[in-house]
Design a protein. Structure first.
Length: 354
């Protein structure tokens, strides 16, 4: 254990580099938290814990990289179809929305978050090969975290990283920083463009709760909601009155050096039917995994979510039947894309030649 570089050298932790092969005489020296697996009649090897987990997706795969106070952050997108019109400006729109330092209720860090595409796009069109996107860090302030080498920050991943890997990035938390989401935002901009072009799908999200201020359901028309309505204020709540209440709630705790939580509501219009696969790859399961992997996310609801608990089955079923009938009528008369979305009509049987 002493050969592993760690600020917790005297404490137990899972995983270490270059310790995957140990003689049987060394097994008694291992800590009680070590995981051992049998790979032969007389051979025991230590299960090495690697820091994997930065890739998401199957057909459209996204790998994010970089650290909060390193040289930069970004992503590699694999699985984007060829001949899709794409430029850095397409990604920059969403990156600018995510960018820190925009208002008093966000982090004060100053970054331009200017993206650069270095592969996968030629003359304004995707080539079908991996797309590499890089965003340099320009406001690194590692000295702000000098004391973090001596103490763990509450509600952060410092202790978890140290105890699992025996090493951590003191400056800004490294991969556990919310700056990691830059790669997701860039990849999401590409995904939105694919869905829009091939299926007419639109994705919007807005803040529906901050601390105890809750935007009542029904005050937002999800059918007509626009991005301009969401962007009309710094808290990105489409209702002006509740937006002011949310900003006040944030300011009240901000001046005390504290922060509060919130809820984001995401809506998808014109989603293609049949997304997802049974059993572990259901659409809800995939969205939940992606959402819960965001820093500080502690809950996820799909559809009615936990509000469906007091309902009876007939209430839910009637709503679904109404929605299906409406969608059937819409798709039958005005199909979005004949190749991707056929109407719900009954299958046609050609007469057999007898």
């Amino acid at each position: 254990m002493a050969s592993a570089s760690s600020s917790l050298a005297s404490k137990q932790f899972l995983g270490a580099s270059r310790l995957d092969g140990l003689a049987s005489s060394d097994l008694g020296k291992l800590s009680v938290s070590t995981v051992q697996i049998s790979v032969g009649p007389r051979t025991l090897r230590r299960l090495q814990v690697n820091a994997a987990g930065s890739i998401y997706g199957n057909h459209f795969r996204v790998s994010t990289f970089g650290e909060s106070h390193g040289g930069g952050v970004g992503c590699i997108i694999d699985g984007c179809p060829p001949r899709l019109p794409l430029s850095e400006a397409d990604m920059q729109v969403d990156l600018d929305r995510r960018r820190p330092g925009q208002s008093r209720i966000t982090t004060p860090r100053k970054e331009t978050d200017t993206c650069k595409i270095s592969s996968g796009v030629s003359e304004g069109f995707t080539t079908g090969t991996p797309i590499h996107v890089f965003v340099p860090n320009t406001d690194q302030r590692g000295h702000d975290y000098k004391e973090m080498s001596l103490a763990y920050r509450p509600s952060h991943a410092d202790a978890t990283y140290d105890m699992k890997y025996g090493v951590r990035s003191v400056q800004g938390g490294g991969r556990s920083s919310a700056r990691e989401t830059i790669g997701r935002v860039a990849a999401g901009a590409v995904a939105k463009k694919i869905l829009k072009q091939f299926a007419g799908t639109e994705v919007l999200a807005y803040v529906s709760q901050v601390h105890k201020v809750v935007l009542p359901e029904g005050m937002v028309d999800h059918e007509s909601l626009t991005l301009d309505q969401i962007e009309s204020n710094i808290v990105r709540c489409p209702d002006p009155e509740y937006a002011e209440k949310m900003i006040t709630a944030i300011d009240t705790v901000r001046v005390k050096g504290d922060s509060v939580g919130g809820v984001v509501t995401c809506i998808v219009r014109n989603a293609p039917r049949g997304l997802g696969s049974p059993v572990f790859d259901k659409l809800e399961a995939e969205l939940a995994k992606a959402a819960m992997s965001l820093p500080a996310t502690k809950g996820f609801e799909f559809g009615s979510g936990f509000a469906a608990v007091p309902m009876v089955e007939a209430m839910v079923a009637l709503v679904l039947v109404d929605q299906l009938m409406a969608q059937f009528a819409q798709n039958y008369m005005f199909p979005i894309n004949q190749e991707l979305q056929e109407p719900f009509g009954s299958p046609r049987h050609e007469p057999a030649n007898v």
